[in-house]
Design a protein around this ligand. Structure first.
Ligand SMILES: Nc1ncnc2c1ncn2[C@@H]1O[C@H](COP(=O)(O)OP(=O)(O)OP(=O)(O)O)[C@@H](O)[C@H]1O
Ligand SMILES: [Mg+2]
Length: 248
């Protein structure tokens, strides 16, 4: 039987008196799927991702993530759910003056709190070991003790990926994970990210303005336009023309 990791029904969201960002979105994401969320600037992709992770509440509608209905969760259950999810943002948001290793250990802060998870020298041995394993996966173990502000953009994004993967999330959201990178670095980071998530069987929802990335890395395309879902189909069935219409 197919397990559904994310189910969204009737999602509506508006900010203040502005026009609604979206109006009654319905979609689902199966376990192990890798879904590309696409649409023009301002169509609500980041807002939708934030709703899916419970970081902001929709005005109406229902989100069920990993079998739990978001609106029904108390603070502890919400924290627990958040610990099973990960987020890679457009800006990597590393703490610049801390080491690469400390930044990866911050990936545990959804699950554990306190200064032991702020800097690597205070972290429990198991957390340091897990962070080193995550850094090995992204090919940066040799830079573990370097300050984060001494990395290139591509290296920083790989550290952000290690931080998102360190606590073995089941569901990962990536909001334009390559947006700040040059084409070559963007390609490398995207390929690495997808290899890792496929290997670990993580369910992924990512956004990209790179149509080629969306079509080649996404198993499915969700296209947003005018507050509604304009495309919800396997990427093999979506033509470049249909994609171009989203931006028309
Ligand atoms: N916190 C907020 N307060 C008010 N308006 C907001 C807020 N966040 C987003 N918006 C508005 O909601 C709309 C959707 O924004 P969102 O960032 O979700 O779009 P997007 O599809 O991610 O765009 P982009 O491709 O540029 O990243 C925009 O009109 C934006 O101005
Ligand atoms: Mg966005």
């Amino acid at each position: 039987m197919q397990v559904i990791d994310l189910q969204a029904n009737g999602l509506c969201k508006r900010f203040g008196k502005a026009a609604p960002v979206f109006l009654g979105l319905d979609f689902s994401i199966r376990q192990g799927d890798c879904v590309a969320l696409v649409g023009a600037n301002g169509t609500g992709k980041s807002t939708l991702l934030r709703c899916c992770l419970g970081l902001i509440a929709p005005d109406a509608g229902r989100i069920s993530l990993l079998g739990m209905t978001m609106a029904d969760l108390g603070p502890a259950a919400r924290r627990d759910l958040r610990a099973r999810t990960g987020l890679v943002g457009q800006k990597h948001n590393l703490v610049p003056r801390l080491s690469v290793l400390s930044n990866v250990i911050h990936g545990f802060l959804g699950r554990h709190s306190g200064p032991r998870y702020w800097v690597h020298s205070l972290a429990p041995a198991w957390a340091r070991a897990a962070a080193m394993t995550a850094l090995e996966k992204v090919g940066l173990a040799d830079l573990a003790l370097r300050r984060a502000d001494q990395l290139s953009g591509g290296q920083s994004q790989r550290v952000a990926i290690a931080r998102a993967l360190v606590c073995n999330p089941r569901f990962l959201v990536a909001d334009e994970p390559c947006a700040s990178l040059d084409p070559q670095a963007g390609e490398e980071v995207m390929a690495l990210f997808m290899t890792l998530v496929k290997r670990e069987g993580v369910t992924v929802l990512f956004t990209s303005h790179n149509v080629q990335h969306a079509l080649s890395y996404g198993d499915r395309i969700l296209g947003l336009q005018g507050g509604r879902i304009a495309i919800d189909a396997p990427s093999a069935d979506v033509t470049p023309l249909e994609m171009a219409k989203l931006y028309g």
